[in-house]
Every structure is written in C-alpha cells, then in structure tokens.
Design a protein. Structure first.
Length: 338
C-alpha cells in the first residue's frame, strides 16, 4: 500500500492552486442560542440536496480530497446522512462540525459505518452551569458530554474546541485534560468573532483580565496538538484560502474560506469549476494576498502575529490591512517573548 503524507499533499495543492478542501455551510439554522454566535440570523436551511451533490461532484473533479459540512447546526438538515454517504461514495474524506446536541447512538453508529474522518464539536466548560449559560440551552452539557463519549465508543475521531470568554476564561484547563484523557484533539482560542453583518457586540464578552497569562499558557498547550506550523505573514502563501480551500455558503455564495467572507462567485449563478478557474475576484485575491502587507512589513509583532485576512476584512474593513484581533493576541505573545 502506498503511503501518502496528507500535510505534504495539502502544501503542494496550495502551491499549485489545486483544490484540496471544500467546505459547505449547509444552513444557518441552529438548535442552540449561544451568546457569542457570529451568525446574525438563523432563518435558512440552505441549498437543495441535488445542487449540493452536483457541486460535490465538481469539487471532486477539481481534485478535492476533503469535504467539511458545517452550519448553523448540520444535524438539522434532514438530508445530512444522504450527503455524507454521497461524499463518501466519491472517495472524499468527510469532516463534520456540529454542536453534537441532537446526536444519538443510532446516528453515531451510522457515522461510524460511513467512516467519517472527524467530528468536531464545542465544549465551553466542564462545569455544566457555565456551558449551558453560554449555549443558553438547559441540559446541553449533559447531552453533548454523553454524545462525545459515544463518538469515542464507535472509534470516531473527535476534536473539541473551546472559545474563551470572560465567562469561561479558565475552562481550557479542564476541557484540555478531558480531551487528553480520551485521546481527542483539542483547540482553543481567545478570539471572539464579530457577527457576519458587522455587529461587534460579541466583543463585549471577550476576556477582560488575565489575557496575557491565558494567551501564553494556551499557546504552550496547543503546541502539543499542532501537526504542522501555523502560517504567518512573513513569507510565501499566507494561508490555504482560495489556493487549495474553498467555502460554499448556504445561499450559494462562494468564499475563499468560511472565515474570509469575500464573495468570489455564486454556484446558483455559475458552476464551481468556472469560479475556481476564472473568478476575477478569486484570482485578484490570489495575486494580492502573496504581496507584502504594508501594515505588517515594519511591525515588530510580525514574528508572532497570526493575522487572518478574513478577520481583518470583517472587523477592520481592510482585507490587506492590520487585523486588530490578531494584533491584540500578538501583543500578549510579544510580552512573553514568544
């Protein structure tokens, strides 16, 4: 059997502008009401099943190997398992991003049979009161906790994510310990996103005190989970968005990635193949994103800053400018000598 280094393959695809990852934001509907949610409305259940299938076939013909289904809450789509099975039949690796609340053992067993690559979910705290306070859904922690252990029972790879706010700013310690004990992957961040419509009210939830110590500690923790180095702005292609990754929103809009909401086309107006190859907006992004960013060139933080162009566009309205969120974290790292 031939062994393939997927990280190496991903880097080659990025360098050669070959599609490797495709993400579908299947819907914006959700069964929870998280206090920090960046989705302003929860009123769409997405594209027709057949349109998604047709686009999956296009993505596969363009070379895609990975497909991610996210939302909203994907388990609210009645055709979710049909879409997963269809993607698996195209020999795609399927990644799911879900709050896990609506899972049950029957569904989890089916996911195991379909051979999904990973199930990614969020645990805000190992304290049920804090977790449920953030989801604003009574009993959500107990339900999600039970389902995570069922995912483990059926040998499904799990990633647990913990966004940190003032309300749960030290929760990463217990959640990471839980992840480590169960051989789950773990991710955490102090970045709380502006809403997709530009409303920055979620920023009121951000960590107010102790950010420096938390930043330094989670940086050390996350180094144990990273298989490859994170991209910075110093040289080369800054990230995979639009180079080997593409995202398709529930309304058909196509973005370089789900964090970079730069419309480069719409699959209801044109097909994915044409967008990937001929989109003026996408090709302009590819050209300009590899050029030096004037705001970063002389910045003393550039060695520790993980600037996200999507965040810069959403929060600072400048795709090629400074990201205030990244700068805030970089300042704390710089203080610590990272």
């Amino acid at each position: 059997m031939i062994s393939v280094d997927l990280n190496e393959l991903s880097e080659k695809c990025k360098k050669n502008q070959r599609l490797f990852n495709v993400m579908f934001v299947l819907l914006n509907g959700c069964d929870q009401n998280c206090i920090h949610c960046y989705i302003p409305n929860h009123n769409s259940y997405g594209l027709p099943t057949q349109k998604i299938k047709d686009t999956i076939l296009e993505a596969r013909s363009l070379g895609a190997l990975n497909i991610t289904f996210t939302g909203g809450e994907i388990l609210l789509r009645k055709d979710l398992f049909e879409l997963i099975e269809f993607a698996r039949n195209q020999f795609l690796r399927v990644f799911l991003m879900s709050n896990a609340y609506s899972l049950n053992e029957t569904k989890i067993k089916r996911l195991s049979q379909l051979g999904i690559a990973e199930f990614s979910t969020t645990v805000f705290s190992m304290d049920p009161k804090i977790h449920d306070m953030i989801t604003r859904t009574k009993g959500s922690f107990e339900q999600i906790y039970k389902n995570i252990l069922l995912l483990k029972k059926y040998d499904i790879s799990v990633t647990i994510k913990t966004p940190l706010m003032e309300l749960n700013k030290y929760a990463y310690k217990q959640v990471e310990a839980f992840a480590r004990e169960n051989n789950f992957n773990f991710m955490t961040t102090t970045t709380i996103f502006t809403k997709a419509d530009g409303d920055d009210s979620p920023h009121e939830l951000q960590i107010r005190d102790g950010l420096h110590d938390i930043t330094m500690e989670i940086e050390e923790i996350l180094n144990n989970y990273r298989s490859i180095s994170l991209s910075t702005n110093k040289e080369g292609i800054p990230c995979s968005a639009g180079f080997s990754n593409i995202c398709i929103n529930y309304d058909g809009d196509v973005w370089p990635c789900n964090s970079l909401m730069l419309k480069v086309g719409n699959i209801l107006e044109g097909n994915l193949t044409n967008i990937w190859t001929n989109s003026v907006e996408l090709n302009l992004w590819r050209k300009k994103s590899v050029e030096p960013i004037s705001a970063c060139t002389t910045c003393k933080l550039k060695g520790v800053c993980l600037r996200c162009p999507g965040m810069a566009l959403l929060e600072d309205n400048n795709l090629y400018g400074c990201s205030s969120s990244a700068k805030k974290i970089a300042i704390e790292k710089f203080k610590g000598g990272s």
